[in-house]
Design a protein around this ligand. Structure first.
Ligand SMILES: [Zn+2]
Ligand SMILES: [Zn+2]
Length: 334
């Protein structure tokens, strides 16, 4: 199926430029022609002037306008996916509903959550992982810049597994696929064998499993464990074409998933090999895995390290011990 075939089904991809090199290219907004003639947007893109102009121009190329948008379905609570939702509401001249899964709603709502607004809890958590204070400061600056690229919403509408978006020629079923974030949703069209997985499945890069703290400052969500379970579910879906959150459509979702499973397996083997040399903090392991990473990317690299350690913990291969308020990871056997 080509993009022209997709257009025939009333599904249009609008690529929006974003300033994050690690994201895998421009973010995609999907405009779906609804039954009644209006539009449903799957994601809204970033809230920068440039991105918002690109969204309006993308709709104009389709001969459509922002005030034809009936509602927005947000795949997950990252700024590049929901950032322009408020702009669309304003241009539409009404509070059109913005649907977000309950588990990601706090990241989208005004007065909500995330690194920039909960820095003390995240700083304490990173300290426990052995992250130096100056690196935490760089992470906080980077988070502040990132969060400025979205305007949060006063309210959101519900979105859950089993919801259906009726398009002119497609019937998109909502799947809850936690991992990249706790509340990520994908859209699946079983009859047309289409999958819109947002950042859950990208062709060339692995989605970052990110540390996410509960309101009490404790990390309970284990992103990679959840992600691997969601991947297994995704692999079994009837899919011919993937319309991802970043980059061009691609086929062969099972092969991409198998590649990801191999990638994480290798990363876990490398961590186990490093721990064979003795106990380490997550930050020490992170520095060994990503020696060239910039401090402002440390939240991504530490999250990736911890997420893989958690999978090893779940398998009983690694254990952590609290030493003076800092975790040390060690091999549990041998
Ligand atoms: Zn994301
Ligand atoms: Zn993204």
């Amino acid at each position: 199926m080509t993009e022209a075939d997709l257009a025939g089904l009333g599904v249009h991809r609008i690529a929006i430029p974003i300033p994050f090199a690690a994201a895998g290219g421009p973010v995609n907004v999907y405009a779906v022609e609804a039954r009644g003639g209006g539009l449903v947007l799957f994601d809204a893109g970033l809230g920068s002037d440039e991105a918002q102009a690109a969204l309006a121009a993308g709709l104009a190329r389709l001969g459509r306008r922002l005030d034809e948008v009936e509602r927005i379905v947000v795949s997950h609570g990252h700024v590049d996916h929901f950032g322009a939702a408020r702009f669309v509401q304003e241009r539409a001249g009404r509070d059109l509903p913005v649907h977000v899964h309950a588990a990601d709603a706090p990241k989208v709502l005004e007065g909500g959550r995330g690194f920039a607004v909960e820095r003390p809890a995240y700083a304490a958590h990173l300290a426990r992982l052995g992250v130096p204070a100056e690196v935490e400061a760089a992470v906080a600056r980077s988070a502040g810049r990132t969060f400025a690229l979205a305007r949060r919403l006063a309210e959101v509408a519900p979105l859950a597994e089993g919801d259906v978006i009726e398009g002119r020629a497609v019937r998109l079923e909502v799947l809850h696929l936690p991992g990249h974030t706790p509340g990520l949703v994908a859209l699946h069209e079983p009859r047309r064998r289409l999958l819109l997985p947002a950042d859950h499945l990208l062709e060339r890069i692995s989605p970052n499993p990110l540390i996410e703290l509960d309101p009490d400052g404790v990390q309970r969500f284990r992103p990679l464990r959840a992600y691997l379970a969601s991947l297994a579910r995704t692999r079994a879906l009837a899919v011919d074409l993937v319309l991802p959150g970043h980059g061009a459509p691609f086929a062969g979702h099972a092969a991409v998933i198998d590649g990801l499973l191999g990638f994480y397996g290798k990363r876990q083997a490398r961590l186990a090999a490093l721990l064979a040399g003795g106990p380490r903090t997550a930050w020490e392991l992170c520095a060994a895995l990503f020696p060239a990473a910039h401090p402002s990317d440390a939240f991504l690299t530490v999250s990736e390290t911890v997420a893989n350690l958690e999978v090893l913990e779940d398998r009983g291969e690694v254990a952590r011990a609290d030493e003076d308020g800092r975790w040390r990871f060690r091999l549990a056997r041998g």
